[in-house]
Design a protein around this ligand. Structure first.
Ligand SMILES: [Zn+2]
Length: 447
């Protein structure tokens, strides 16, 4: 299996560190609904997990849920997103978090994504966060300001390596609005203090006053507690590279003296009609918005997997309709397998797995599927590899339909067209279409 490693900027042959492949995926901040662009990452990493399993590996995957301390800007100022959500909805921070976690998990299941072995809520790790800050301080990597404990990036000489950051440029560019108390523009808060009178529902007493952890810290802490570094694969979006993942790497080294992860996989953004997803453009589509237009979560997953995680993707409803039609075509090829014996190519599944094992090239795998004759046994394996619910969404109704086909043939022979049309229309209401072929009628699903 080959994966493109962002750390080395190379396609590498994957070698796990132990029998169980340890994977960590940066998860959602639960203060709002996740839009279709957010779900892209989870779909790509689900394919990663499924491909590893298909290659015979065991996987332990951890996904974090950010339910505290993620500020609206990546810099260490602005409101906490959770607090903002709570104020907007007149709910407690915890109610807001629980509501959006439920929605996230509901969609996770609707997309048939394998549930991670550990789903870790940031608020369950606060004591461990405090210990990590203590450790970084003991090791000489932090300093305190009036508003928090900061990581001194000048103390970690590899700080700029991962993202190939230009720190001198960053210093020059950050002079405006650069807090006097920060030693370097790239320094970041590992712990934030809550000022007297400041409204902040989530607070923990640490260092003699109320505060809360910096957003980046939870990932280092959760990885240390649940997986132990170094892990095999760390996944996230390309926007995480310069700040969030760079900071995770620095903290983990400062607190524990270890490399964080062997492989780093980053997915690119989803654009919509050629534009960024943004509230001001009115294109923040949710899966429920797609449903209103007749598209299932599986249609979206099919669309997404028809391209590659490393490329920016342009979502249009036209291309989504194309993906839906392709998935329906595959389901009807499965339906045909129920009606007559299809002798498939001998190595179709092997070729599909080989394609996807090459840095998750599902687009090439899909092209192989399109152009091959596939037996039912291979369809089942393909369905497990991509998690597209092809089999469950295509129940075998042959026995019942065959009787109807015979009745319709007889009605037509008797020139009783009213009856033959009635049989056909009745099936259509159930989403099943009859197609006449030289060998007689076959049935297929029409949505
Ligand atoms: Zn993270």
């Amino acid at each position: 299996m080959k994966l493109y490693n962002t750390a080395s900027k190379k396609l590498e042959t994957f070698k796990p560190l132990s029998d169980v492949v340890k994977i960590y995926t940066c998860g959602p901040t639960v203060y709002n609904f996740q839009h279709i662009g957010n779900y892209a990452a989870y779909i790509y990493w689900d394919l990663l997990v499924r491909t590893l399993i298909a290659n015979g590996y065991q996987v332990k995957r951890v996904l974090n849920i950010t339910d505290v301390g993620h500020l609206v800007s990546d810099a260490d100022d602005g409101e906490d997103k959770l607090e903002k959500g709570a104020a907007r909805e007149g709910k407690s921070v915890e109610e807001v978090a629980n509501y959006y976690i439920d929605d996230f998990m509901k969609n996770f299941r609707a997309l048939n994504l394998k549930e991670p072995e550990v789903i870790a809520r940031a608020t369950d790790y606060i004591e461990k966060d405090e210990k990590a800050v203590d450790q970084m301080t003991v090791n000489g990597y932090t300093y305190e300001t009036s508003d928090g404990v900061y990581f001194d990036t000048a103390k970690y000489d590899k700080y700029a390596d991962f993202a190939k950051l230009d720190l001198s440029g960053l210093q020059a560019g950050a002079r405006v609005g650069f807090s006097d108390e920060k030693h370097n523009a790239s320094d970041f808060a590992v712990w934030k203090f809550i000022k007297p009178g400041e409204k902040h529902a989530m607070r923990w007493d640490y260092l003699g006053r109320p505060g809360y952890p910096g957003w980046h810290l939870e990932c280092s802490t959760i990885i240390h507690e649940e997986l132990g570094e170094p892990i095999d694969i760390h996944c996230g979006g390309i926007d995480h590279i310069p700040i969030h993942h760079t900071n995770e790497i620095a903290q983990t080294f400062a607190a524990y003296g270890h490399e964080l992860s062997r492989y780093w996989l980053h997915c690119d953004f989803i654009n919509i009609d050629g534009q960024k997803i943004s509230k001001s453009l009115g294109n923040v589509y949710l899966l429920s918005d797609l449903a209103k237009r007749g598209f299932s979560p599986m249609d979206y997953k099919m669309w997404l997997l028809s391209g590659h995680y490393q490329g920016a993707r342009n979502f249009t409803f036209e291309s989504l309709a194309g993906a839906k039609a392709r998935r329906l075509n595959w389901r009807n090829r499965i339906a045909l397998c129920y009606q007559k014996e299809i002798v498939g190519g001998t190595d179709v599944y092997e070729r599909v797995l080989e394609a996807v094992s090459n840095n998750l090239n599902s687009a090439e795998a899909f092209a192989i599927i399109d152009s091959s004759t596939i037996a039912l046994e291979d369809w089942k394996k393909i369905d497990e590899l991509f998690g597209l619910n092809l089999i469950t969404d295509t129940p075998d109704v042959s026995e019942e339909i065959v009787d109807k086909i015979i009745a319709r043939e007889k009605a037509r022979a008797d020139k009783n067209y009213a009856l033959s049309d009635a049989i056909r229309d009745n099936l259509l209401t159930r989403g099943i279409a009859l197609r006449d072929t030289p060998d007689g009628a076959v049935w297929e699903y029409n949505n």
